[in-house]
Design a protein around this ligand. Structure first.
Ligand code: HEC
Length: 254
């Protein structure tokens, strides 16, 4: 888990802030502020925070306790999902893997515009309604507006700390299109988000935001990509894969 993605976990945010604060106070005592020391303090507190968080999630999780008794220590928090939701969740995951593979392929060909398009349409904010929007012949302006407003809404949602996560992207689409998307009722019934713990849901939403950020970076690359361009694009790409890793480190559904 990278420090950036770890920061997304609410338990850690407080600990890190305390860590920076505590190190800062110590430095003040010594009569100087040392940014290196402050970050050191923050990192230490974060590591301790992650340890406590893991221990807490183990305590809260009877399944994990049973596993531990059996000698299998799995520090991830178990999330119970209804079987059909779990199947959809895992299918979505396999879809993300395919998307990453396609993005990698486009990058290998030096086709940055295509890499951006795939990441945004298959993994960006509002990605799950792209096919529907095409089918109902939404204009490119409408699609762009929905993507933009979904992204803004997602950014708000990950910044919130409550235990309810309600992105309301369907409502945004309805406002932009002037009519509801077909199959909204069906979508409500099969939506995965409402079944996820808020912290996990936010990590998923952050993944979509990182995909949109990647698309921005990839689109900026000109006709003659430089080494620096590749570096920036790969760094944005790692912000995507870092979210996959962070979430996989924290949760399990079996
Ligand atoms: C919101 C959290 C989250 C994010 C973000 C996430 N995953 Fe997952 N993923 C999971 C969980 C939980 C599982 C199930 C793991 C388990 O129970 O052992 C899983 C399982 C998978 C699987 C196995 C699917 C199967 O059929 O068993 C694949 C492949 C996968 N993820 C790929 C990805 C990729 C690629 C990304 C990033 C682009 C990603 N995931 C991002 C939570 C997440």
């Amino acid at each position: 888990m990278t420090w950036k993605s770890a920061l997304l976990m609410p338990g850690l945010v407080a600990t890190v802030l305390t860590g920076i604060g505590a190190a800062g106070l110590q430095a003040q005592d010594a009569g100087k502020m040392d940014p290196g020391k402050m970050m050191e303090g923050a990192t230490r507190m974060m590591q301790e925070g992650m340890k406590t968080m893991r221990q807490n999630s183990m305590k809260a999780d009877g399944n994990a306790a049973a596993q531990k008794a059996a000698g299998n220590v799995d520090p991830r928090t178990y999330v119970e999902l209804p079987p059909e939701i779990r199947a959809r969740f895992l299918a979505t995951m396999r879809g993300f893997m395919q998307t990453l593979d396609k993005v990698s392929g486009a990058l290998a060909e030096g086709n940055f515009a295509e890499a951006a398009r795939i990441a945004e349409d298959e993994m960006g904010p509002a990605h799950e309604m792209m096919k529907k929007l095409k089918k109902m012949q939404a204009t490119p302006q409408q699609v762009a507006e929905i993507k933009k407003r979904a992204r803004e809404r997602f950014a708000q949602v990950v910044a919130e700390s409550g235990d309810k996560v309600r992105p309301g992207i369907g409502r945004i689409a309805m406002q932009v299109l002037g009519k509801p998307l077909p199959g909204m009722k069906e979508h409500k019934r099969t939506a995965i988000g409402p079944h996820l713990p808020a912290a996990m849901h936010r990590m998923g939403i952050q993944l979509h935001l990182n995909a949109a950020d990647f698309a921005d970076v990839a689109r900026k690359v000109g006709k003659q990509p430089t080494v620096e361009d590749y570096r920036k694009v790969l760094s944005a790409y790692q912000e995507i894969t870092g979210m996959c890793v962070a979430c996989h480190d924290a949760w399990r559904v079996f």
